[in-house]
Design a protein around this ligand. Structure first.
Ligand code: TEU
Length: 542
């Protein structure tokens, strides 16, 4: 069985993880200094978000040189040391390849701007009048996806920030350049890769307006995407590595194709449908209570569907783009511990490879910033302006940012209860949240009943019981507010019951032995019925 199925990946956002030199920004040596913490947690890989040379308009997702280290994060020697030290502890590094676009500060783009035809073909430039963008597509960060360059009399495409120009994957020279980037890091010993928004790389042959939407249907899972991924994997030996593709607005059918082993594309995919259940009418900036029935249906569809099609999911609630799950789907006050543990149990025992985002294992909460001056993220700042232009009140806008901003997950990692949560001796680049200072590594390490200890046990359980990595999955018990499923491998069976509400709910249940309970208690089981307390999550074995 492939090693990635038994693995757990720990995601680090270096800027916010640990600052070794007191400049207020986390760095690679900071990561190295905390490797024992990650080993003790039980993670097998560390996904590091981009630390490459970058103007940091989008915190490193605007790469100016894929084969160098941004000085703010350290040096190439620091990266090599981190790799070596991680390997010593049996941990592999997973690097983040941002191949849909480069920063406009990248040499390729600069040369394109200087008029070199060869490099203009690396990007997506289109002729056109200065007042008429080639299509009506919208940038994911707000506004048009096209920027006009007067001196070239051309537009270029940027599906994200204006400083992130989309690469032209139809140009074989671009594909060769990107293969060389992978080879460069493989040569240094990197054995896992994450590919940023990789289902957006293949643009349509003809660029046309999207009559009803923002354009995503025109370029998502595009015409040559599978072919390009196969070529990339074949020519760089990626099948020997662990790979995960971030898939924006994708479909189950495509994710099966991306991850079916015989297709030789990727080990697994991230999809986001389950994290849009609180978007009103699909709009990230419009709030609504989470639709729990939809959440259950989406998990059932994706989990059972990927199994039937022979694909493999990456399992996650949190990353550097998402609000903290305990604030979003749990209760970060009254049932803080119980709900954080229930959410962990629910996702880790599904079929797929779990990802833990720094601080999730401590139950870190949203930032609850009250002042726009505390926000740093380009998307949040853009939307602050866009929502103002739409005429929303300041209070309404701030409530939306408080719930949805990507900065919710980018606050400093909470190492202890001291100043700046032990993240830096200087002034942190982004504030530490005021809520839940007890969510910190030092305190939780000592406490058997902490959220951190619960994550450690969950990760250990995956290594002890084959049914978690290998078993089939069936969703059971269609009761509102409950997500429940069974995993089966031969005679081995685990049943998982999770209450996503603040009320007690009774469900029909079987299973003899409790493996884990988010209440750290004996489950309330009687006559074939299990009463789940508020936010209780239970795993039972036969
Ligand atoms: O994110 C891709 C993406 O589309 C979203 O997660 C996006 O941030 C969200 O939908 C906006 O509401 C990836 C990276 O994870 C993200 O940090 C980068 O900003 C983005 O690509 C561009 O590289």
């Amino acid at each position: 069985m492939a090693d990635f199925k038994r693995s757990v990946v720990y995601q680090i956002y270096p800027k916010s993880f640990c600052d070794s030199n007191g400049d207020g920004v986390g760095d690679l040596r900071g990561v190295t200094s905390r490797l024992d913490y990650i080993r003790d947690l039980g993670a097998d890989y560390i996904w590091l978000t981009p630390f490459f040379k970058s103007p940091q308009r989008d915190n490193g997702y605007d790469v100016a040189d894929y084969c160098s280290v941004e000085p703010m994060f350290g040096t190439m020697a620091d990266a090599e040391e981190l790799l070596r030290e991680a390997e010593k502890r049996g941990i592999g590094l997973m690097l983040d390849m941002v191949f849909n676009h480069t920063s406009t500060a990248h040499e390729w783009f600069q040369r394109a701007m200087a008029g070199e035809k060869k490099y203009q073909d690396y990007y997506i430039f289109r002729e056109g009048a200065p007042d008429a963008p080639p299509t009506n597509w919208q940038s994911k960060f707000g506004g048009s996806a096209w920027e006009y360059v007067p001196k070239l009399k051309k537009w270029y495409l940027h599906l994200f920030d204006v400083s992130q120009a989309d690469l032209n994957w139809d140009n074989p020279a671009v594909r060769e350049e990107l293969k060389n980037v992978i080879r460069f890091w493989q040569h240094k010993g990197v054995r896992a890769f994450r590919f940023d928004v990789v289902n957006l790389i293949s643009k349509p042959a003809v660029f046309a307006d999207d009559p009803t939407g923002d354009g995503r249907r025109c370029y998502t899972d595009g015409p040559h995407v599978h072919e390009y991924l196969q070529e990339l994997a074949r020519d760089t030996g990626l099948c020997e590595n662990v790979t995960v593709g971030e898939m924006s607005s994708t479909s189950l059918a495509h994710c099966i194709r991306y991850t079916k082993p015989e297709n030789k594309e990727l080990s697994m995919t991230f999809s986001f449908h389950h994290l849009k259940i609180d978007y009103k009418n699909g709009d990230k900036w419009a709030l609504q209570a989470p639709d729990l029935a939809q959440l259950r249906d989406l998990f059932a569809t994706w989990q059972e569907g990927m199994e039937a099609g022979g694909g493999w999911n990456a399992l996650f609630w949190c990353n550097h783009d998402q609000p903290r799950v305990v604030s979003r789907l749990g209760d970060d006050e009254k049932y803080w511990k119980e709900s954080a543990k229930m959410l962990a149990l629910c996702i880790h025992l599904m079929r797929g490879t779990p990802y833990v985002y720094q601080g999730e294992e401590l139950g870190m909460t949203n930032a609850y910033f009250e002042d726009i001056g505390q926000y740093r993220d380009v998307e949040s700042l853009n939307y602050y302006r866009i929502l103002q232009e739409q005429g929303l009140t300041e209070a309404d806008i701030m409530a939306r940012l408080m719930a949805r901003s990507r900065d919710n997950s980018r606050t400093p990692m909470q190492w202890n209860a001291e100043k700046n949560a032990g993240f830096t001796s200087g002034t942190p680049w982004i504030d530490v949240p005021t809520r839940k200072s007890e969510a910190n590594a030092e305190a939780e390490k000592q406490d058997e009943a902490s959220i951190l200890s619960f994550y450690k046990r969950l990760i250990r359980l995956r290594k002890e019981r084959d049914v978690i990595a290998e078993g089939d999955i069936r969703f059971i018990c269609d009761v509102p507010g409950i997500i429940a499923y069974e995993r089966t491998l031969g005679n081995e069976k685990i049943a998982v019951y999770c209450n996503f509400t603040g009320e007690s709910i009774a469900v029909p249940a079987n299973g003899q032995r409790c493996l884990m309970d988010s209440y750290e208690d004996v489950p309330m089981m009687k006559d074939g019925r299990l009463t789940l307390r508020p936010y209780e999550g239970i795993a039972m074995a036969d």
